[in-house]
Structure formats: structure tokens, C-alpha cells
Design a binder for this molecule. Structure first.
Ligand SMILES: [Zn+2]
Length: 368
């Protein structure tokens, strides 16, 4: 069967109402008489869903076989703000309500929820404790039970479920710290001068140690390195280096500390030449995020940026380190299209981008 999801239109209303009538009968006959009773969802609500563009139908071989409400956004379902239990995904999520399939719609329910997951990477949904069929369908599709919520329509509790899709299970999601970093920072196209510089310094220290260790020491780095103020770091002298070498909170590696100071001086020059460190970094791609494989280690862009950085006197700027840095700040965009971050970043707009070395307006042209 060839199934496809589209928005519900006015003309679909008779079929949609028929599906809900069938679903209420089916639920009543299968031990779940209370979830929708005799008249939920009311026609006025369905019409409102359609008007708002939040109602969808599943067509199978051209016939409407299922329908549901879908919406997404920051805390999009107020009823889920209180839960006896916990959701684990971030606050931006999608939600499905009022899902029902026709008598012929075998597999249409799964198809609909999987479509909804593919829209947001982070889907929440609830069902009645008596709706064993729905609970089974959700579990079969990889949803996790999160706890009990209450909805405004009636006093019965509802079981809440979520499905959270993240890329990089192998690389970044070993624990909560790394997961939070993945969700909130890694790969997000970054233009903030301070933030870019902080990541740049951390990447330098990362060479040879784990990123997780760096994240754990990050606050210590912030206080030891004057909150990553490039001007202050550029002025560090021998006593400050000695003091840093005594600081057990950071990574005590003299070569890296000296490189960080030297690099800060280059960053100040870049700010003079390009207006900001951000302008310098983004000019290589003309301000675009370039899609790249997460498991790559270097590419043409990182080779070119590395070469340019080295020419300007930046140390620890090998292509591997530069690649990792460009990934972290979203100049190379590596979130998987299934990942909740990809949806958050509206990454479809990146899909047309490819790195072309000739895009650069200056720098690195006379390398060869
Ligand atoms: Zn991701």
C-alpha cells in the first residue's frame, strides 16, 4: 500500500468524521469507552484544526484512511508542562493528538506517528490507560513511556510517551553532559564572537584529550583564562604561564598554553583585518553552513582553513582540529537530517550548500 501524509482540506471532512465515528465504536468495543466517549473530538474542533493547518490525513492508494492533529514548537502542548514522571527531550517538540484510522487503515497509525517523528525528531504523545492498542503501537515504534499527564477535556489520567531522535549516538551521547552539549551547542551555526573564540581555545586544548574532559573543565578554563577575553590572553606573560601551569583545574600543558596566547594575538589581528573573528571564519563559506558527514575527519574546507590559519601563525591548527572546530560552531553542519537539532536549525536551507574554494573573498589564494 502506498501511503502519504498531507494536510486535511475542507473536502475531506465527511471522510474524517466517518473515521472518528468508526474509531469511537472500535475503542468502545475494545475496552476503552472513556477516552473519546460518544462525541470526541467535536466537529468544531476538527474544523478549527483544519483552518489552522494542523490537521492531517493519511492517504493510502488515494483514499483517506487515517487522520490526526500535529503541531510543533517550544512547549507546544501546555498540558504537558506538568507530568508525574519526566520527558527527556528538549523543550522544542512535536505533538500528535486525535489520531484515528479507518477500518481499512492497517498500519496507518504507525505510518502517521513515524511521519510526525520525521518532522521534529522529538515527538510527544499521550493516550488513555485503557487504550492498550495505542500503547502497544507506540512501544513497537520505539516510544518511551514518560509518566502521567492530565488533559483539560476530562479527569482521567493519560499516559505520556516520547520519541527522541539524535544523531551521533556513537560519538557524542555517552552521558548527560555530552547529550546536553549535543542538543544545545554542537553544530549550531554560531556567530557570537565570544562563543566562537571560547570554542576555538577549547579545541586547541582538546588535541590529545577527550572532549568530555574539556567540557568538565570548561568552567575552570573560563576562570583561569579571564572568561576567554582574547585581549587579556594576548597580554599574558611568563608569570601568568607559570600560574596556569600550577592550576590543576585546567590542562597543564605548556605548549598548549603558549599556543593559546600566541593564537590570541593572531585573533586580535584577524579582528582588525576582518572586523571580527566571526567574519574571518565565515568568509570561507560566504556565511553558509556547509553540510558534511559527521564521521569525516577532515575535508577540503578544513584543509583550506587550516592552511590559512597556519600561514597566519595559528598553532595547533591542523586540519583535524580545524574540522572539529568548524563542526562544533556549525560552519560545517553535521547533524543528521533525522536529528532533533537538524529540525531545530531548519537545516533544509543548508541542503543546497556546497563548499567551493573560490567562494572565498580573500586569504589563502597564494598558497601554492
Ligand atoms: Zn544531532
Amino acid at each position: 500500500m502506498n501511503m502519504e501524509i498531507r494536510k486535511t482540506e475542507e473536502r475531506d471532512l465527511p471522510e474524517v468524521l466517518a473515521i472518528y465515528r468508526y474509531a469511537r465504536t472500535f475503542m468502545r468495543e475494545h475496552g476503552n469507552p472513556r477516552q473519546w466517549g460518544d462525541k470526541w473530538p467535536p466537529e468544531a474542533l476538527i474544523r478549527e484544526d483544519i483552518r489552522r493547518g494542523k490537521s492531517y490525513v493519511c492517504e493510502a492508494d488515494g483514499r483517506v484512511e487515517a487522520t490526526f492533529f500535529y503541531d510543533e514548537g517550544e512547549n507546544v502542548e501546555p498540558a504537558y508542562s506538568v507530568i508525574d514522571g519526566s520527558f527527556t527531550g528538549p523543550a522544542r517538540y512535536g505533538v500528535v493528538h486525535r489520531i484515528a484510522a479507518s477500518e481499512n487503515g492497517h498500519g496507518a497509525g504507525s505510518f502517521c506517528v513515524n511521519w510526525a517523528v520525521s518532522q521534529c525528531g522529538n515527538l510527544r504523545i499521550d493516550t488513555h490507560p485503557d487504550n492498550l492498542i495505542m500503547q502497544h503501537m507506540l512501544q513497537k515504534n520505539g516510544f518511551r513511556y514518560c509518566g502521567i499527564v492530565h488533559i483539560p477535556e476530562d479527569d482521567d489520567p493519560r499516559y505520556a510517551y516520547e520519541k527522541v531522535v539524535r544523531c551521533g549516538e556513537r560519538y557524542y551521547l555517552k552521558n548527560e553532559l555530552l547529550t546536553r552539549y549535543h542538543d544545545k551547542e554542537w553544530g549550531k551555526p554560531e556567530h557570537d564572537e565570544q562563543k566562537l573564540y571560547e570554542m576555538f581555545v577549547l579545541e586547541l586544548f582538546q588535541a590529545g584529550v577527550s572532549w568530555e574532559l574539556l567540557l568538565r573543565k570548561r568552567e575552570n578554563f573560563r576562570s583561569a583564562f579571564d572568561n576567554f577575553d582574547a585581549e587579556k590572553i594576548a597580554a599574558y606573560g611568563p608569570e601568568k604561564i607559570d600560574a596556569l601551569m600550577q592550576d590543576p583545574g585546567i590542562i597543564r600543558n605548556r605548549r598548549k598554553i603558549e599556543a593559546a596566547i600566541g593564537n590570541a594575538r593572531v585573533v586580535l589581528k584577524l579582528r582588525e583585518e576582518f572586523g571580527s573573528f566571526s567574519n574571518y571564519l565565515w568568509h570561507f563559506t560566504e556565511n553558509r553552513s556547509i553540510p558534511e558527514r559527521m564521521d569525516a575527519v577532515t575535508d577540503q574546507l578544513s584543509d583550506d582553513v587550516s592552511k590559512d590559519m597556519k600561514k597566519r601563525g595559528i598553532r595547533f591548527a591542523g586540519s583535524v582540529t580545524v574540522f572539529s572546530f568548524l563542526q562544533a560552531v556549525g560552519i560545517l553542519y553535521c547533524h543528521d537530517p533525522e536529528c532533533l537539532c537538524f529540525h531545530r536549525d531548519h537545516a533544509e536551507t543548508f541542503a543546497q550548500n556546497h563548499y567551493q574554494p573560490e567562494n572565498r573573498v580573500s586569504g589563502g589564494r597564494n598558497d601554492r
